[in-house]
Ligand binder design. Structure first.
Ligand SMILES: [Zn+2]
Ligand SMILES: [Zn+2]
Length: 302
């Protein structure tokens, strides 16, 4: 809730007129509590989980229309009912874990100093903070994910996320409830280190989910704008991690590729890429399969 009664009070407090964006924010948020504003995340997450994977469902159902060549594991075909079953499981998790977690975690947001007032942050401030959040999340998630691949962590918790050996968009948040809770920590750490405005926080939570859905899409689409993000892992990168499964000691990072490079956990993936390139160069008959289709004979570690 903003500490100004009128827009003139706000302008007087800032010592200048409000920008257009600030006027919109004032009109929207002035009478709403900080808690209510924070809880907008529940609606955003519900909409993102429900809507963002839908184009991928259409792509999966329309593979006969020429999209097959972009599927990373082309032998795997999922029916609508299988994808919908995944969505239902994710929604159950949403209502039982993610939503309630949002409802009770407001004190932590207040404690770290996420603000809702004016002035609004500049575009640069938002961009830089989001960059920090992604880097911090990526680094922390890398180690937690790597830890979850020990025998106990995998069998008790992380195995659920790996039920999809060929991931789909809806499977991005498909995981054991304990994993959903644990991986809330990396998402929270960035904002805790560099707290920003509630709008930045909304953006962060939304973009992180969209990134996870993209990473689990199962399609390496050549026109994806994420191809222009330096060190971005993307769908092919994470797909390999799911493909190898429980034995996977490769491609742990959630967003970028540098952690796996630094700690030497991208060797299997890079070797695979090298072999595939060699095979592709040697033969033009690779079109009846995809990268993992060709490699299943000799490279899968199990
Ligand atoms: Zn894993
Ligand atoms: Zn995954």
């Amino acid at each position: 809730m903003l500490p100004y009664v009128t827009i003139h009070d706000a302008a007087a407090s800032l010592g200048r007129n409000l920008t257009y964006a600030e006027t919109v924010w004032f009109n929207y948020s002035a009478t709403k509590s900080d808690y209510f504003l924070y809880c907008h995340n529940i609606l955003f997450l519900f909409l993102i989980f429900s809507l963002a994977p839908l184009p991928l469902v259409l792509v999966e159902l329309g593979r006969s229309l020429g999209l097959d060549k972009y599927k990373i594991q082309p032998k795997v075909r999922l029916s609508f009912s299988e994808m919908f079953a995944c969505y239902k499981d994710v929604m159950t998790m949403f209502f039982l874990v993610i939503g309630p977690l949002q409802l009770v975690s407001f004190p932590s947001i207040r404690f770290i100093g996420i603000r809702t007032g004016l002035p609004l942050p500049s575009g640069w401030e938002i961009l830089l903070q989001l960059f920090v959040y992604f880097v911090v999340e990526d680094y922390t998630n890398y180690w937690i994910h790597r830890f979850l691949h020990n025998k106990w962590g995998y069998e008790k918790i992380h195995r659920v996320h790996h039920e999809f050996t060929a991931p789909i968009g809806f499977a991005a948040p498909y995981a054991h409830w304990a994993e959903v809770l644990i991986l809330g920590i990396p998402s929270f750490l960035g904002p805790a280190m560099v707290p920003g405005h509630m709008i930045t926080f909304w953006l962060w939570i939304a973009l992180r989910q969209i990134e996870a859905i993209d990473t689990h899409s199962g399609y390496d689409l050549p026109w994806s704008p994420t191809k222009y993000i330096p060190f971005y892992g993307g769908a092919e990168y994470h797909d390999y991690h799911h493909y190898v499964g429980g034995q996977s000691q490769s491609n742990f990072a959630s967003v970028f590729t540098y952690c796996d490079f630094i700690y030497g956990t991208d060797k299997g993936f890079r070797y695979q890429k090298k072999i595939l390139k060699k095979l592709k160069d040697e033969s033009s008959e690779t079109q009846n399969g995809g990268p993992y289709h060709i490699s299943t004979q000799g490279l899968k570690s199990d």
